[in-house]
Ligand binder design. Structure first.
Ligand code: GCB
Length: 602
């Protein structure tokens, strides 16, 4: 069952967090039907966390297939008559959930939440055995894709993305109650009219039988004072003298959606929202009518030991480093991040480009790197209609989860697909259309790969912003920043003059070993990283259509093993444990002066 509203404790809803240590076993050790009893073995795994780096056993780290998590859960006595729901914020990449001996949910997609309605299978006051099988297997019809091969008695997995395929229960697990008659979903969209904010809302309800429930919405300001109240499941609330949500100043209101039965409040659910607009006009992206210049990074959810497990301490620290370095934005490369990340971005006014997990819809890159004749990316045997349907479902789940977050200003439908190849348009046009249908309020982009040029890219006219990932001076012409500067400027100017759209640099960066220094600015040295970034910045400042710069990457991150990677990708401006390389100081000087306006704009 897909999920909309994040579980919250409210006057009408209770919430229990199920994080902690769960029993854990690989499918190869768990025996048949492991959900029918206590899991074999003595391993316990932390939730939330990737399981891969928790243990010293390589068989766990490299495991391909299912792993099993288990714990017992007691339903509170007081929940009689309530709806009882289990919520997984993320199970990477697919999950099957058992309550005692029965399947209660299955979900595919590793970075979006799902629910299981347990109302009819559990009893208040009683305990049940919760067992979850989580698979890390990827295929040509999963998002992201990958390939599993059999090597003797082992399964092996390869994939087309440059980050380690961490898996497991990466985010919190909750048990919560809702009333039977309840708020199911809330959609908030905002407009600005002079000094007023217009809040268009829609409240979906369930369990109201054939009668229509009376819905009331109340708007509270950041101090909790009620500033408006209105009845009706849909409508527009006017907020005079509105406090706008601004980059750097994340003012939030709460829209409290209530279901009433006479005077009684049957259900109550608050949605934080900000009043702001986003629009692409000409070659600018406007937030609240003002041109916005993006500074920041492509990030990853990646930390030592935890892998992709959500960690509130790293969240706070990463945002603190963003502030320190003067960054005003980031992209959720290459998958949706934990919702807590967006909530904090909402509160702090950090601007987010929200990306799907569609990374690696591209067989040309692999062909190009191995010298073999490329396999077509879009074909019945490779990425096909079923892949596109999985991608569509992923977009539905992403937009359902994130639509109300003011920090999110743009959807990124994919990272570096083969957008110059036959079939790209047939594959992507319906997905871009779906994104716009699900959310007509936000611009849409795709992070473009270098092989798809201003003259052969097949998608650019469908998108609002040209987002480019480019590595002149690193992958191309390594170390020659003079040539790179010419090539980069030439390419940016060609995109600008051919397509007349805003250009956002969503990736540029160079691998850098911290502590390696060179008076000649040699590749891999800290000096080179700074010089490389400074060169890109000179070019951005000369090309008026460039609306922002997001360095690849915020921090070093783990990848699969390979001769191009030294314990992972080293393009971080911070190390994996979040210490600055010297380039951080270069960025800090530039970005603290930039704020939200392009350095060359007065
Ligand atoms: C890219 C990818 C990113 C890689 C990066 C690199 O173009 O989008 O996932 O990590 O290049 O460092 O090679």
């Amino acid at each position: 069952m897909s999920a909309h509203l994040k579980p919250r404790a409210t006057a009408t809803r209770d919430l229990i967090n199920l994080d902690g240590l769960w029993r854990f076993a690989l499918d190869t050790e768990a025996g048949p039907e492991p959900w029918t009893g206590r899991l074999a073995g003595t391993r316990e795994a932390a939730v939330p966390a990737s399981y891969n780096d928790l243990f010293t056993d390589r068989a766990v780290r490299d495991h391909v297939g299912l792993v099993w998590y288990q714990r017992s859960v007691r339903v509170p006595r007081g929940w009689a008559g309530e709806r009882v729901v289990l919520r997984f914020e993320a199970a990477t990449h697919a999950a099957v959930v058992y309550v005692d001996d029965a399947v209660v949910a299955e979900h595919v997609g590793g970075y979006t939440p799902f629910d299981a309605d347990l109302t009819d299978v559990v009893r208040p006051g009683e305990e049940f055995r919760l067992t979850v099988g989580v698979s890390n297997e990827l295929s040509n019809v999963t998002i992201p894709p990958g390939t599993v091969t059999i090597d003797g008695d082992r399964k092996k997995q390869s994939y087309l993305h440059d980050f380690y395929n961490y898996a497991g229960l990466h985010r919190s697990v909750w048990l919560h109650s809702t009333p039977a008659t309840r708020v199911d979903d809330v959609t908030v969209r905002t407009r600005i009219e002079g000094a007023a904010g217009l809040v268009d809302y829609r409240v979906d309800t369930s369990g109201t039988g054939s009668g229509t429930a009376d819905v009331r919405v109340r708007i509270l300001d950041q101090d909790g004072r009620q500033v408006a109240e209105q009845h009706g499941a849909t409508g527009t609330v006017r907020l005079d003298d509105v406090h706008l949500w601004q980059p750097g100043r994340g003012y939030l209101y709460d829209l409290v959606a209530e279901v009433l039965d006479g005077d009684a409040v049957v259900d109550s659910y608050p949605v934080p929202f900000g009043v702001r607009t986003v629009e692409v006009r000409g070659t600018q992206l406007l937030i609240n009518g003002e041109p916005f210049y993006f500074t920041g990074f492509g990030k990853h959810e990646d930390t030592p030991v935890r892998g992709k497990g959500h960690d509130p301490a790293y969240l706070v620290h990463d945002f603190e480093l963003l502030r320190w370095v003067g960054a005003n934005s980031f992209r959720t490369a290459h998958y949706p991040y934990a919702e807590e990340v967006l909530e904090l971005a909402d509160r702090l006014g950090i601007v987010v480009i929200d990306e799907t997990a569609a990374v690696g819809i591209n067989l040309a890159v692999q062909g190009g790197l191995t010298g073999k004749a490329p396999t077509p990316t879009f074909s019945p045997e490779t990425f096909n209609d079923s892949t596109r349907e999985a991608h569509a479902q992923h977009l539905r789940e992403l937009i359902a989860r994130d639509k109300n977050h003011p920090s999110v200003v743009m959807w990124c439908v994919a990272n570096e697909p083969s957008s110059n190849e036959a079939g790209a348009r047939e594959y992507f046009e319906p997905l871009i259309g779906l994104t716009r249908e699900l959310d007509p309020t936000r611009p849409v982009t795709i992070a473009n790969v270098m092989f798809a040029t201003y003259s052969n890219d097949l998608l650019v006219d469908l998108l609002d912003v040209v987002s480019l990932n480019r590595y002149y001076g690193w992958y191309l012409g390594t170390g020659d920043l003079e040539a790179a500067e010419r090539q980069l400027e030439g390419e940016l100017r060609a995109w600008a003059s051919t397509h007349g759209k805003p250009i956002l640099m969503t990736e540029y960066g160079a691998d850098t070993m911290p502590g390696l220094h060179s008076v000649w600015e040699q590749p891999w040295s800290e000096e080179f990283q700074s010089a490389y970034l400074a060169m890109y910045h000179r070019v951005f400042d000369r090309v008026p259509e460039v609306i922002g710069e997001q360095v690849w990457n915020f921090a070093d991150f783990q990848t699969s093993d390979g001769i191009h990677r030294v314990d992972g990708n080293r393009k971080g401006v911070f190390t994996r444990d979040r210490r600055p390389k010297s380039a951080a100081h270069h960025l800090r000087a530039r970005w603290t002066a930039t704020g939200t306006r392009k350095p060359t704009d007065s």
